[in-house]
Design a protein around this ligand. Structure first.
Ligand code: ATP
Length: 260
């Protein structure tokens, strides 16, 4: 009997996002140093790493929020200098670590703003997308009139993801979606990440909660001090003694509790 073959070098599907030799410096501080990675269509790819490794910097540079050196290509089209509007137009969406909601606006208005660029392009089907987002997050439907400022941490995270989904991204980049969330809410967020992939959205997931991230992802990269230190199929990395010691060991037990 033939066993399924693991994507050892992560090239088994059509390439949606590829970055090559990406570097970012804040003045003299080199936060990202020649990082390369790939996300295939329909994949969940995670980047794990400690505080200050450069994870947020990586996502910001891909999205064009931060200037960088190197290459970012979406669907084979190379962007030497990514710009936010262009990257959104190419199908990239970012849920930033700080969520950046419009706190004095209602849940419904925050969601509608997520479809603004599509509206400007003449697409008028945001009503259907809104319905899909409310189906995915019934809690947001219940709270649709409520001001974003008054939402709980988990609800804010749902709103941030929902708002990004309103742009109908092909690739959703999530920066620490489990940050500050209670264990049960964290589980719910990771369940939704799997659901999104089933619906055809590819995911680039940045996480400190390595255990939960490796459980949900197909492929994983370890980022340390701005460089990709390790990579491999997520299940394989989860069994790697170096990953276990640094990210999944006893000191990470609290993460186990968060993830299950
Ligand atoms: P965390 O998991 O704590 O969010 P991270 O892996 O996302 O960390 P980054 O936020 O990308 O890490 O930061 C990478 C490095 O760049 C850190 O050393 C940080 O102090 C530095 N850095 C980030 N933003 C700036 C900035 N605006 N100016 C100067 N240095 C910065």
């Amino acid at each position: 009997m033939n066993m399924p073959v693991e994507p050892l070098n992560n090239v088994s599907t059509h390439t949606l996002l590829e970055i090559n030799n990406l570097s970012v410096a804040y003045g003299k501080v080199e936060a990202l140093n020649g990082a390369s990675l790939r996300v295939g269509e329909g994949q969940i790819v995670t980047v794990i790493g400690p505080n200050g490794a450069g994870k947020t910097t990586l996502l910001s540079a891909i999205m064009g929020v931060l200037g960088s050196q190197g290459q970012v290509s979406v669907d084979g089209t190379v962007e030497n200098v990514p710009q936010v509007e262009i990257m959104v137009g190419r199908g990239l969406g970012l849920v930033p670590e700080k969520r950046e909601l419009f706190t004095s606006m209602s849940v419904a208005d925050n969601l509608l703003l997520g479809a603004f660029q599509r509206h400007c392009r003449g697409e008028r089907d945001h009503g259907q997308t809104l319905k899909e987002v409310y189906e995915l997050f019934p809690r947001l439907w219940e709270r649709r009139e409520q001001l974003a400022a008054t939402l709980s941490g988990g609800e804010r995270q749902m709103l941030a993801v929902g708002r990004a989904l309103m742009a109908k991204p092909r690739l959703l980049m999530l920066d620490e979606p489990s940050l500050g969330l209670a264990p049960l809410v964290t589980r719910e967020v990771f369940r939704i990440i799997s659901t999104l992939r089933e619906q055809g959205v590819s995911i680039l997931l940045v996480e400190q909660n390595a255990r939960a991230a490796l459980r949900v992802a197909d492929y994983a990269y370890v980022l340390e001090t701005g460089q990709i230190a390790m990579q491999g199929p997520a299940r394989q990395l989860a069994d790697d003694p170096r990953v276990i010691e640094a990210y999944l060991g006893l000191s990470s037990r609290h993460q186990e509790m968060l993830a299950t």
